[in-house]
Each structure stands twice: as structure tokens, then as C-alpha cells.
Ligand binder design. Structure first.
Ligand code: CMC
Length: 429
């Protein structure tokens, strides 16, 4: 981080200097840390549209240009040439691994995939019709009740072990949440399989039959994990950082991130996007649906983004994966894919969407792809959570290891009642 000449701010009769920091990429940042002490004023920015909450070296997004870089590497290159586990290493360590480092990392993750035997009993406490995200929030939070030996956040080795445990055990927990909801027996991890293959097997294998992983589906699964691995300071990542800033253990922080991700404006949008395509049903109904969006009756799910004011670079890869998966295991003429393509064309050529810079985001095509792979809509956000765990944990580690880290404590613009005296209930009119 470098600094340029400071900005001057005049408030009443006081003028103060505010340092301006320059990152390696992205807009300059006005450092307002001393603002309150020097002027007795706060800044006001609900939704953090102009606020950088931290310094980070992990992910960079240029929303206008549609650029997403992890540790400097473009998402398109990672999705095409890398693997999810390699991206995990990159996010956690800052560099791509050498062959020996990758081998060691892969072995470590593979050997942490099993869950404590008693953990399995935890699932049966949930109703069968529970949303798998409800199960995920509870189950991941419960990890801190099982793995006491990696809870000391001040110990580098324990932080590392927690990171490995989370990346390794999320597929096992997610698959169990799915199996529990459909009443099938849990399938244990199999170490000879790759990370995505193992997950698919734990989701779709049954004891009565041999399960053979389809390589096209496994590749698409790995890509979907890469596309969701991290996304800078979004709502759930900021939640993880805020929870972690109080010193909470990593399992509790990731559970907080999962809870935040569940919302329909964030990770829940992929489920909503597919439901929307089903509701539209046929390409002929697209125009009528778009008219409803313009009348503000509902939002076009899978469209628009707080940061991207251009095509989400993840959506480009996802669209390609949708075509590949549907050609391999689905119906390339799937009516929902036709609806999505028609909807995209209509929206991209309509002034309402052009003026507001609304483009497809990662969730627009992910639902169709995941559905063709055999996942019910309720599992979509779970898969997002599984993949985003590495981003959350990398951001959490970066925060804990930042010497300037403080507990997160925003202030407010108070507009409530001024001080008044308590009146007994008998004297209230
Ligand atoms: N459909 C219709 N209009 C929209 C949409 C949409 N999907 N998104 C934004 N707008 C309009 C909105 O009505 C507003 O118009 P006006 O200025 O006339 O009032 C304008 O665009 C700006 O909207 P905003 O709500 O101020 O924008 P935001 O940056 O706060 O919201 C968003 C970002 C992602 C919440 C929003 O675009 C949205 O609700 N999209 C649908 C949900 C979705 O697909 N979410 C997944 C995001 S990608 C995965 C992830 O990272 O979680």
C-alpha cells in the first residue's frame, strides 16, 4: 500500500487532512480512521457502497470491466486450467503450489474428509423436510463442539488445521445434509477419488449399486467450485470477518457466513433463479415476465450485481458449463435452457436493464447446470457454501494475521427518541 498527497476536509471551522492510500489495483481509498477523533463526526454508508472495510491481498474485482482475479490470476484462466484444490491452495497461501506442495496439500485434505462418528447422530435431530441450508448452519457450527484441538485462533498451526478440516469436511457434511433429506444412507468418503468425484459419489451413490462418476459432471462440479471459491468482501465474507474480529472460533465464523449466504439476494439467488425459469416455463412467456420486472412486481433473479456493472466473468464460464453438462447428461434442448437464453437476450437488449447496467451473474446459469447434474434446488446454495468455505477461511486467516486488526464495531446515525423518563404502566394513556 502506498500513499499520495492527503485530501483536505472542512467541517464547520475545522479543516483536517485525510491520508489517501493506493492499492495495487482499484480505486484510491480515503483513510478516515482519525475522522471521529478529530471532528466528532461519523461517515454514513448503509450497505457499504463506498466503504473499504479492510486491506486484502486475496481477490480483486473490477466491476465495470467484468474482471475477477484471485491472487492476480484471472478467473477464466483458473476455471480452464486449474483445479478447485489448487485454487484453495492459491487462496490460502498466495501462490500456486509447486508439484510437491500440491501433493502434500491434496493428501492433507483427503485425509481430513471423515467426520467424528458421533457427528453423524447430529443429523437425525433435524426434521427430514428441513432446508439443507438450515442443516448446514447448525452442523458446521457444531464442528467447534467436536474439534477442540484446533480452536485456538492465536496458534498458527491450529488455524491451519481448522482451515484444512473445513475444506475437507464441507463436502461430507453437505452430502449428508442431502442424503438425510431424501432418506438415503450416508456414504463415506473414498480417498482414491478427487475432491469433486468424492463429493458426487457421497451425494449420488447408494449401497445397492456401483457408482461410476461421469467425468464431464466431475469437471463441471470442480469448475462450479472454482467459480464460487471467493468473491472479495461480499455480505457473507464480511459476516465471517466481523464474527472473527471478536475472536470467535473459525467453525462458528463459517457457520455465520453460511447463515448470511442463505439470503435470496446473495447465495440463495441460484435457487430463486431456477424457480423463476420454471415459473416462466416457455420462451414465449419471457416478454410478459420481463414486463412484470419493469413494473417492479419482482426482480429478475440471476441478474444484476452490486459490484459488476458488466457481464459477470463467472457467468461466461457457467454458461459454457451448462451447455457441456446438458449435452452430456441432460437435454441440450432443455426448455429451461431455452427460456434462460431467451430471457438473457431480451434483457440485454432492453433499455431498463441497459440503463441500470444489469447483466447475468453467476447464478443465472448455475441452477440449470446443477439441476441437470441431479441436485434439487434446495441444494444449490449448499454447494455455493461448500465452495465459498475456502474464501471465507482465507479471508478470516488474513484478518487474524493482520497486526492492525480490531474488533469490528460500526457506528450509527441515531434518529430515535431523545432521553425521556420511564412512566409506570398505570399512567400510560
Ligand atoms: N431485476 C430487476 N431490477 C433490478 C435487479 C434485478 N435483478 N437488480 C437491480 N435492479 C434495479 C433496481 O430496481 C434499481 O433500480 P432503480 O434505481 O430504478 O430503483 C437498480 O437496478 C439498482 O438496484 P439496487 O438494488 O440498488 O442494486 P444493488 O447493488 O443494491 O443490488 C443485487 C445488487 C445483487 C442485490 C441485485 O442486483 C439483485 O437483487 N439481483 C437479483 C438477485 C441475485 O441474482 N443475486 C445474486 C448476486 S451474484 C451471487 C452472489 O455474489 O451472491
Amino acid at each position: 500500500m502506498t500513499q499520495t498527497s492527503p485530501a483536505q476536509l472542512t467541517l464547520g471551522d475545522k479543516t483536517i487532512s485525510l491520508p489517501i492510500s493506493k492499492g495495487t489495483l482499484g480505486p484510491d481509498v480515503l483513510d478516515i480512521r482519525k475522522l471521529y477523533a478529530e471532528t466528532d463526526a461519523f461517515t454514513y454508508d448503509p450497505g457499504f457502497t463506498s466503504t473499504a472495510s479492510c486491506e486484502s491481498k486475496i481477490t480483486f474485482i473490477d466491476g465495470d470491466a467484468g474482471v475477477l482475479l484471485h491472487r492476480g490470476y484471472p478467473i477464466g484462466q483458473l476455471a480452464e486450467k486449474s483445479s478447485f484444490l489448487e485454487v484453495c491452495y492459491l487462496l490460502l497461501h498466495g501462490e500456486l503450489p509447486k508439484a510437491s506442495e500440491y501433493e502434500e496439500f491434496e493428501t492433507t485434505i483427503t485425509r481430513h474428509t471423515m467426520l467424528h462418528e458421533q457427528f453423524d447422530r447430529f443429523f437425525s435431530g433435524f426434521r427430514r423436510d428441513a432446508h439443507p441450508m438450515a442443516v448446514m448452519t447448525g452442523a458446521v457450527g457444531a464442528l467447534s463442539a467436536f474439534y477442540h484441538d484446533s480452536l485456538d485462533i492465536h496458534d498458527l498451526r491450529q488455524r491451519e488445521i481448522s482451515a484444512h478440516r473445513l475444506i475437507a469436511k464441507m463436502p461430507t457434511i453437505a452430502a449428508r445434509a442431502f442424503k438425510y433429506s431424501i432418506g438415503q444412507p450416508f456414504v463415506h468418503p473414498l480417498n482414491k477419488l478427487s475432491y469433486p468425484e468424492n463429493f458426487l459419489r457421497m451425494c449420488f451413490a447408494v449401497p445397492a449399486e456401483e457408482y461410476v462418476v461421469n467425468p464431464v459432471v466431475a469437471k463441471a462440479m470442480d469448475r462450479i467450485f472454482i467459480l464460487h471459491a471467493d468473491h472479495e468482501q461480499n455480505a457473507s465474507t464480511s459476516t465471517v470477518r466481523l464474527a472473527g474480529s471478536s475472536g470467535a472460533n473459525p467453525f462458528a465464523c463459517i457457520a455465520a457466513g453460511i447463515a448470511c449466504l442463505w439470503g435470496p439476494s446473495h447465495g440463495g439467488a441460484n435457487e430463486e433463479a431456477l424457480n423463476m425459469l420454471k415459473e416462466i416455463g416457455t420462451p414465449e412467456r419471457v416478454k410478459e415476465f420481463v414486463a412484470g420486472v419493469k413494473d417492479r412486481k419482482y426482480r429478475l433473479m440471476g441478474f444484476g450485481h452490486r459490484v459488476y456493472k458488466n457481464y459477470d466473468p463467472r457467468a461466461t464460464v457457467m454458461k459454457q458449463s451448462a451447455d457441456e453438462v446438458l449435452a452430456a447428461v441432460g437435454d441440450p434442448n432443455d426448455p429451461l435452457l431455452q427460456v434462460a437464453k431467451e430471457l438473457e437476450q431480451v434483457a440485454l437488449n432492453d433499455d431498463f436493464f441497459i440503463e441500470r447496467k444489469l447483466y447475468p451473474n453467476v447464478d443465472f446459469y448455475s441452477g440449470i447446470t446443477l439441476s441437470a447434474m441431479g441436485f434439487p434446488t434446495t441444494m444449490f446454495t449448499v454447494l455455493f457454501a461448500l465452495a465459498r468455505t475456502v474464501g471465507w477461511i482465507a479471508q478470516w486467516k488474513e484478518m487474524i494475521e493482520d497486526p492492525s486488526q480490531k474488533i469490528g464495531r460500526p457506528r450509527q446515525l441515531y434518529t430515535g427518541a431523545t432521553e425521556r423518563n420511564y412512566t409506570p404502566i398505570s399512567s400510560r394513556g
